[in-house]
Design a binder for this molecule. Structure first.
Ligand code: CTP
Length: 130
């Protein structure tokens, strides 16, 4: 049976931590759809405009072998609608979000995968700034 996996993120300044979680997510099912935060959502969530625009971030994520489709995540409050829309069997999030999405376990399995240590978009930006 087809098993659809959905995950979400900003994926700005794409790095190996992003790659690992997407590869891990894709292994949990037969297809992977990725919700990429809009530039506006990112501004409200992280207080900065992404380095790469949402179109660029979506193009990079969509080009990965482990990703089947991408969509824009416009608002955090619409998670449930996105999961229903994309017929999610599994929701994958990094374990920095552990427990925060358990409310969706009535409609899909919720899995938190370990983050790759010592790398993030924020630390990369800081390193380049120095
Ligand atoms: N992620 C991961 N390992 C990392 C960094 C991110 O597994 N080292 C995962 C996050 O848990 C999330 C997805 O990648 O599920 C997208 O994360 P995102 O917030 O876009 O990346 P960060 O590098 O955490 O960005 P920032 O530093 O701006 O918070």
């Amino acid at each position: 049976m087809e098993k659809r996996v959905v995950t979400f993120g900003t994926f700005d300044v794409f790095h190996v931590g992003h790659l690992r979680i997407l590869e891990g997510a894709s292994r949990l099912g037969s297809s992977l759809a990725v919700g990429v935060s809009s530039d506006l959502l990112n501004m409200s969530k992280k207080g900065r405009t992404p380095v790469y625009s949402q179109e660029e971030r979506m193009a990079i994520v969509a080009a990965l072998r482990c990703v089947d489709s991408v969509f824009v995540e416009e608002s955090l409050e619409q998670k449930r609608e996105y999961l229903i829309q994309h017929k999610a069997d599994v929701l994958v999030m990094g374990d920095d979000w552990a427990g925060r999405f358990d409310e969706f376990s009535d409609i899909c399995k919720v899995v938190y995968l370990p983050r790759t240590p010592s790398i993030s978009t924020t630390t990369i930006i800081e390193k380049i700034r120095l």
